[in-house]
Write a protein that binds this ligand. Structure first.
Ligand code: CO8
Length: 299
């Protein structure tokens, strides 16, 4: 059994580690100070290639829920311990014991669902295998940074089942029906470069830079006004969930709702006054090189 999560301290468990604020990995070119607003969640069963046991999935769901409710957390990176795998799928030893009824009653699916439901932006940092439920977890994140050693696939067909945590739906939306059909019906694994060509990943980076690249992306997002980031995420997500007219209407509503918010008022005023913005709940960043105008002026 894993240790219970202390949501007030984001303590993590034996199976899912948490760091808030996250630090760039030791040995990175620029390790630097902790990354304000960035949480790092690490699936921690490296000897089983971070296979997603029911206990791990329960911990993951609770941890992401607690992070998502914490206003100081503005971006979440999810990765796997070690270099061999993000996660090689749901735990097949446990799955082998299941029945239709036990799965229908299972809380396990909540792990994936909670990540997908997060209002806080999520980024998967994938090295090695992201297979089955591992690929589905990476796809449940908003962005996906792949190391050059990453391998993706939905191999469930080879063990007599099908993807069961969103794979048939998210893969199809990400890469199109014909390509998803081939991968799901054959269980073929694809390497990072092919995944990038198909549009499954945000970016491929050298393997050893994967986590740092994901954390840097998270820090870039965490520096922006959180209310606008959440609205932007909701609008992009609507594209996958609504027909075009409904999605455009959702975007329009979210856009209009920005007006009169402290971040909209401050962001536009700061632009016009040629000074760095001071986002809600946070002090203005030091120095003259902040804000869209400053950036434009300094190239
Ligand atoms: N489950 C449990 N244990 C695993 C898993 C897994 N998915 N994957 C790897 N392991 C374990 C191995 O059993 C092995 O343990 P041990 O050393 O104790 O024998 C250890 O990890 C290392 O694995 P290998 O020795 O197999 O390493 P290789 O380098 O030879 O192979 C592979 C690596 C190719 C990744 C191989 O391990 C493999 O094919 N793994 C299974 C991949 C797979 O089929 N994944 C899909 C699982 S089904 C699924 O994800 C459904 C999701 C929806 C479920 C919803 C439930 C609520």
């Amino acid at each position: 059994m894993s240790k219970p999560l202390d949501p007030t301290r984001h303590a993590g468990t034996d199976l899912v580690r948490v760091a808030v604020p996250a630090c760039r990995p030791a040995g990175s070119e620029d390790a630097g100070p902790p990354l304000d607003g960035v949480a790092l969640v690490t699936l921690d069963r490296p000897r089983a290639l971070n296979a997603l046991s029911f206990a791990l999935l329960t911990d993951l769901g609770r941890i992401v829920e607690a992070l998502d409710a914490d206003p100081t957390v503005r971006a979440i990176v999810i990765t796997g311990a070690g270099t061999r795998a993000f996660a090689a799928g749901a735990d097949i030893g446990e799955l082998a014991e299941q029945t239709p009824d036990s799965l229908a009653a299972s809380e396990g699916f909540r792990g994936w669902d909670r990540v997908a439901a997060s209002d806080t932006p999520t980024i998967a940092a994938v090295r090695g295998y992201a297979l089955g439920g591992g690929c589905e977890l990476a796809m449940a994140c908003d962005m996906l940074i792949a190391g050059s050693d990453a391998v993706f696939g939905q191999p469930e067909i080879k063990i007599g089942v099908i993807p069961g945590a969103g794979g048939t739906q998210r893969l199809t939306r990400a890469i199109g029906e014909a390509r998803a059909m081939e991968l799901v019906l054959t269980g073929r694994q694809i390497r990072a470069d092919e995944a990038a060509r198909l549009g499954l990943v945000t970016r491929v980076v050298p393997a050893e830079e994967t986590l740092a690249a994901a954390l840097d992306l998270a820090a870039e997002i965490a520096a922006l006004p959180v209310s606008a980031v959440r609205a932007a995420k909701a609008a992009v997500r609507a594209a996958a969930e609504l027909p075009l007219a409904g999605g455009i209407q959702r975007e329009r509503t979210l856009f209009q709702e920005r007006f009169g918010t402290p971040d909209q008022v401050e962001g536009m005023r700061a632009f016009l006054e040629r000074r760095p913005p001071s986002w809600e709940g946070r002090p203005a960043p030091p120095g003259p090189d902040h804000g869209p105008r400053a950036r434009a002026r300094h190239g």
